[in-house]
Design a protein around this ligand. Structure first.
Ligand SMILES: [Zn+2]
Length: 249
C-alpha cells in the first residue's frame, strides 16, 4: 500500500457544536487514528468539527487542538481563522510557529461570510507568515483570481469536485493553487482522472474529510492514473509542501 498523508480531516472535540455521530459514523480521534493506521495513512491534519461548523468557539478549539497535536504525534493542525474575529489572527500567528501547525483553515460557508469580501485580509496575512490556506470551496473562480496577487501564499481549494477547481489551478499565474481529494465529490467517476490529465498531479493532495478512509483511499488506489501520479497525490506533494511531514514517511 502506498503510504499516504490525510491532509484534510475533522474530529469531534466534545463541543456542543460537534457533528452528529452514532455507531455508523464516528469522529473520535481513537477511531480516526486506528482506521488510518490500518490503511497506511501515516499522519492526519485536522481542525475540529466545532471550529468549522460554528464561529462561536474557534479560539477554544484551536487551543485544544494545539495541545492534542503536541501530545499525539499522529495528528497535525490546521488553525482556524475567521476574518471578522481578530483574536483568531493573533492566535494563529502564535500557533503557526509550532512545528505541527500546517497552515490556516477557513470555512466561509459555515461561518457565514463571503470569502471574496475577506480574501485580501486572509491572503496577505498568510503570505506574510508563509502559511498555506486550506479553503472550503466558495466562489472558487473569483478567489483564485485574488490569489494571483499573493504569489507567496499557497491556496488549497478543498474537495476537488469539478472543472472549476481544475481551471482555477490551470489559470493560476504563480502555480500557487492546489486542491485536495477529500469528500464525496471525488466519487464523480472521472474527476480525478480528468484533473490529472489536465493539470498533472503536482498540485493535488490526498484527504478524507472524515469520510471512510477505505472509500477515499480506494478512489486514488484504483484511479485510472499512473503509479507516479498516485504517489504524488498520496504523499509526495504534501511532504514537499509541508517539510515537517517528510520525517513520518
Ligand atoms: Zn473540511
Amino acid at each position: 500500500m502506498i503510504p499516504a498523508i490525510d491532509i484534510h480531516c475533522h474530529y469531534n472535540s466534545g463541543s456542543v457544536f460537534d457533528t452528529k455521530t452514532d455507531n455508523c459514523y464516528r469522529a473520535d480521534t481513537e477511531f480516526l487514528k486506528s482506521e488510518r493506521k490500518r490503511l497506511n495513512i501515516r499522519a492526519c491534519a485536522v481542525s475540529s468539527f466545532s471550529s468549522v461548523i460554528s464561529d462561536k468557539e474557534i479560539c477554544e478549539c484551536n487551543s485544544a487542538l494545539f495541545s492534542l497535536v503536541d501530545r499525539d504525534e499522529f495528528f497535525y493542525q490546521w488553525v482556524v481563522v475567521d476574518p471578522r474575529n481578530d483574536e483568531t489572527f493573533v492566535q494563529a500567528e502564535k500557533m503557526l510557529k509550532g512545528d505541527k501547525v500546517l497552515g490556516i483553515k477557513i470555512h466561509s460557508v459555515y461561518h457565514g461570510y463571503s470569502v471574496t469580501d475577506y480574501a485580501d485580509k486572509i491572503f496577505s496575512f498568510a503570505a506574510e507568515l508563509d502559511a498555506p490556506v486550506l479553503m472550503h470551496p466558495d466562489h472558487i473562480t473569483e478567489t483564485a483570481k485574488i490569489a494571483d496577487d499573493y504569489p507567496r501564499m499557497k491556496l488549497i481549494i478543498a474537495h476537488l469536485g469539478g472543472e472549476e477547481w481544475i481551471n482555477a489551478i490551470k489559470n493560476s499565474r504563480h502555480k500557487n493553487i492546489y486542491t485536495d481529494t477529500s469528500g464525496a465529490a471525488s466519487s464523480a467517476n472521472n474527476v480525478i482522472e480528468f484533473a490529472v490529465s489536465s493539470i498533472g498531479s503536482d498540485r493535488i493532495l490526498f484527504g478524507t474529510d472524515t469520510y471512510s478512509c477505505a472509500f477515499q483511499r480506494g478512489r486514488i488506489d484504483y484511479a485510472d492514473i499512473s503509479e507516479a501520479d498516485k504517489e504524488n497525490i498520496f504523499y509526495k506533494n504534501a511532504a514537499e509542501l509541508f517539510g515537517c511531514l517528510e520525517k513520518i514517511l
